[in-house]
Design a protein around this ligand. Structure first.
Ligand SMILES: O=C(O)c1ccccc1NCC(=O)[C@H](O)[C@H](O)COP(=O)(O)O
Length: 215
């Protein structure tokens, strides 16, 4: 039997939404700690959310090119995962992983065949890979933009590399994404919102239902 699909809902900001996401059957939640994100949560809020998630759902804190003090501060809160969503090199991913003692998801922007060629080096140093859409030039943040990429690019990826898929996933397109791409997991944010940073429980429920029905 195939491994179950991992469903991650990113950009959770409140305890009510955390509870609703757990009830909807997600496997992981992402908490954004990046001030330019409409989903940003402070260190104090992160501590409460991670504690509330513990033992109920896997928690992941999303950071963009963090310095060592930020990594240490977040790792001390005890999340299950740290997701690196910036221009971190494989060497930097390796050193953050060693320093934090927390499993690492490395998010990589995909927009061309050259981007696919970079993935293997990161798969060697991260615990999990997340393939996301490459932001347009001038975008004010590297993720959570609601843009998808051409999934056919993934046909060139080494099939032994498992990855999670993100970028513009919605309740409407997630089944097609799961069937066409066959990722180990999926991750979504904007497509589950009614305004930037405002998640909707019905959209989260429909996303998870449609994703699981496609496996
Ligand atoms: O969500 C953000 O605002 C964000 C900002 C900076 C870096 C990463 C960010 N999100 C991380 C995620 O894992 C998103 O779920 C992923 O990029 C997909 O987003 P979307 O296309 O909006 O579903």
């Amino acid at each position: 039997m195939a491994d179950p699909l991992i469903v991650k809902i990113c950009g959770i900001k409140t305890h009510d939404l955390l509870d609703a996401t757990i009830a909807a059957g997600a496997d992981m939640v992402g908490f954004m700690h990046f001030s330019r994100s409409p989903r940003h949560v402070s260190i104090d809020e992160l501590g409460g959310l991670i504690s509330a998630a513990r033992g109920r759902i896997e928690s992941c804190v999303v950071l963009v090119n963090p310095d060592n003090s930020c990594v240490a501060e977040v790792a001390a809160l005890g999340p299950d995962w740290i997701q690196l969503h910036g221009p971190e090199t494989p060497h930097r991913v390796e050193s953050i992983r060693a320093e934090a003692g927390v499993e690492i998801i490395k998010a990589l922007p995909i927009g061309s065949a050259e981007d696919i060629a970079q993935v293997a080096a990161f798969a060697e140093v991260a615990d999990r890979i997340l393939l996301d859409a490459k932001p347009a030039k001038g975008a004010d943040r590297p993720g959570g933009l609601g843009e998808s990429f051409d999934w056919r690019l993934l046909e060139a990826l080494d099939p032994s590399i498992s990855f999670m898929l993100s970028g513009g996933l919605t309740p409407e397109n997630v089944a097609e994404a799961v069937r066409q791409v066959g990722p180990m997991g999926i991750d979504a944010s904007s497509g589950l919102e009614t305004a930037p940073g405002v998640k909707n429980t019905k959209l989260i429920e429909a996303f998870i239902r449609n994703a699981r029905a496609a496996v």
